[in-house]
Design a protein around this ligand. Structure first.
Ligand code: MN
Length: 242
C-alpha cells in the first residue's frame, strides 16, 4: 500500500510538473465545465430523522452546487488544468500563480471534493453496513476500537473552531484523525500542516449549514445523529483504495 501511494504521489507530481499554472484570458464555455454537481446517492429525506430533508436539499442543491459552479469558473482561466482530476488540482494549489484563482480553487475545489465524499460516506440508517475486516484491523491498531475512533473523530469535530471538517485519513499506510478549517482538506499539500496530510476516507462537515436548521447550535447532537448514517461499506472501500 505504501509503495502504491508513493507511486501515485510521484505520478501526480510529474503530472503537475508538466502543467503551467499561469492564468489565461481564454475562458471555457459553460458546456465544457470540468466538474458537475454529483447526484445525491439517495433521496434528500433518506437520512431523516438524523439529517432532515430540507438541510439536505439546501446543502446539496445550493451549497454544493455553488462550490461546483465557482470551481468551474476558476478553472476556466487555467486551460492547462483541463482534464486534471479534483485530487490533482487540490494537490497542485501552491503552483497556481494568481492568488485570486488559487483562493477560489482552494475554497470551491475543496468544497466540491469534500461534499462529494460527504454524500458518499453516508447512507440511510439500517443500510450502513459495517467496517470491513481490513478496516476493523486498522481501526483497532490505531485507536483500540471503533468506539475510540468515533470518540476521536467527534472530539476533532467538536474542537474545530468555526467552520470546517473532521477527517479520518490514511497517512503513510496508517489511520489518523485530523481536522481542517473552512473547505480545506487533507489533500492540500503546501497549504495545511504536514501532520494533517493524507488520503481522506471519511469526513464530517461541521459548518453550521450542515446542521443548524435541525440542531441549531448543538453540534454534539448533530454528530451523535450523524454516526447513525455513516456508510461503513463505503468507508471500507475508500480504505482499500487509499
Ligand atoms: Mn457543507
Amino acid at each position: 500500500m505504501i509503495l502504491n501511494r508513493r507511486a501515485f504521489i510521484s505520478k501526480t507530481a510529474l503530472t503537475a510538473g508538466t502543467l503551467a499554472f499561469g492564468s489565461s484570458a481564454f475562458g471555457q464555455k459553460a458546456s465544457e465545465d470540468a466538474f458537475q454537481l454529483p447526484d445525491l446517492p439517495y433521496a434528500p429525506d433518506a437520512l431523516a430523522p438524523h439529517i432532515d430533508a430540507q438541510t439536505m436539499r439546501i446543502h446539496h442543491g445550493k451549497h454544493h452546487a455553488g462550490y461546483t459552479a465557482k470551481l468551474n469558473k476558476a478553472l476556466a482561466s487555467l486551460p492547462k488544468m483541463k482534464g486534471a482530476s479534483i485530487e490533482e488540482i487540490l494537490k497542485s494549489l501552491p503552483k497556481v500563480l494568481d492568488p485570486t484563482v488559487r483562493t477560489s480553487l482552494r475554497n470551491n475545489g475543496g468544497g466540491y471534493f469534500n461534499h462529494k465524499l460527504f454524500w458518499e460516506i453516508m447512507a440511510p440508517a439500517g443500510q450502513t453496513g459495517q467496517p470491513s475486516s481490513a478496516l476493523s484491523r486498522a481501526i483497532d491498531q490505531s485507536f483500540g476500537s471503533l468506539e475510540k475512533l468515533q470518540e476521536a473523530v467527534t472530539r476533532a469535530a467538536l474542537t474545530q473552531f468555526g467552520s470546517g471538517w473532521a477527517w479520518l485519513i490514511v497517512q503513510d499506510g496508517k489511520l489518523m484523525v485530523t481536522s481542517t478549517a473552512n473547505q480545506d482538506n487533507p489533500l492540500m499539500q503546501g497549504l495545511i500542516p504536514n501532520r494533517a496530510l493524507g488520503t481522506p476516507i471519511l469526513g464530517v462537515d461541521v459548518w453550521e449549514h450542515a446542521y443548524y436548521l435541525k440542531y441549531q447550535n448543538q453540534r454534539g447532537a448533530y454528530l451523535s445523529a450523524w454516526w447513525e448514517v455513516v456508510n461503513w461499506d463505503r468507508v471500507s472501500q475508500n480504505f482499500d483504495q487509499a
